[in-house]
Design a protein around this ligand. Structure first.
Ligand SMILES: [Zn+2]
Length: 230
């Protein structure tokens, strides 16, 4: 009886696994992971492009401000301007350009730091994409191999079951099948140290004694499954 239960449990498990493999669940999970990794990488690359554009813009601004300040300073000292008011205005303008240049350099620095951070994250994301892609390929191959193994194990156990079932009493077998349908595939269990191995209830000493001496089918007083003393 217990041997039959073991075989049936194994068959149930294998059939469940075969259904999963045939539905390609593992592969679908791996594919979803790849899609997610790909989309993260895509977002990071977009952000990198945007920050690179900003960085170039600030670099150009700093360059042109430097040129403008240099040209103004040259005019200041080459004697081309004699008027004191004009000189003062020019001095003022140079100071203002330098101030703006300082602010722009801060912006530039911020973009450079952001770019470095994004590049580091993109490198990590690239690795994740590569790993996820390898996983998809591996799972695809593995699923086929596993499906073959599952089919072989199923055939083997079904043959054992077909050989074993006729050895059991027909009525007992019928009850067992009924119980299996009602009780999550488990119709028979061992009693170990007075405990039913299906529902894990400890049977009373009185009930154990009664069962041991009873004729015919023995059943757990709690879950009503067929029990076997081992
Ligand atoms: Zn029980």
């Amino acid at each position: 009886m217990l041997e039959l239960q073991e075989l049936d449990t194994a068959i149930d498990r294998l059939e469940h696994r075969r259904a999963q493999l045939e539905a390609g669940e593992d592969l679908a999970v791996a594919r979803r992971a790849l899609e997610e990794a790909d989309s993260t990488l895509g977002e990071l690359r977009l952000a990198l492009d945007a920050v690179a554009v900003e960085q170039r813009r600030f670099e150009n601004e700093v360059d042109s401000m430097e040129q403008k300040a240099a040209a103004d300073e040259k005019r200041m000292y080459d004697g081309s301007i004699a008027n004191a008011k004009e000189l003062e205005a020019l001095q003022h303008e140079i100071a203002s350009i330098k101030e703006r240049k300082g602010r722009t350099e801060d912006e530039l620095l911020e973009r450079m730091e952001r770019r470095e951070e994004l590049e580091a994250r993109a490198a990590v994301a690239e690795n994740q994409v590569a790993e996820a892609r390898a996983e998809v390929e591996e799972v695809g191959g593995e699923s086929l191999r596993e499906l073959e193994q599952v089919e072989a194990s199923l055939a083997e156990r079904r043959a054992s079951r077909d050989a074993l079932a006729p050895e059991l009493d027909e009525e007992l077998l019928e009850l067992y099948e009924d119980l299996r349908r009602q009780k999550k595939g488990v119709g028979a269990a061992a009693i170990v140290d007075g405990v039913c191995q299906a529902c894990h209830e400890k049977l009373s000493a009185l009930e154990l004694d009664r069962l041991k001496h009873a004729e015919g089918v023995k059943r757990c007083e709690y879950c009503r499954r067929i029990v076997v003393f081992t």
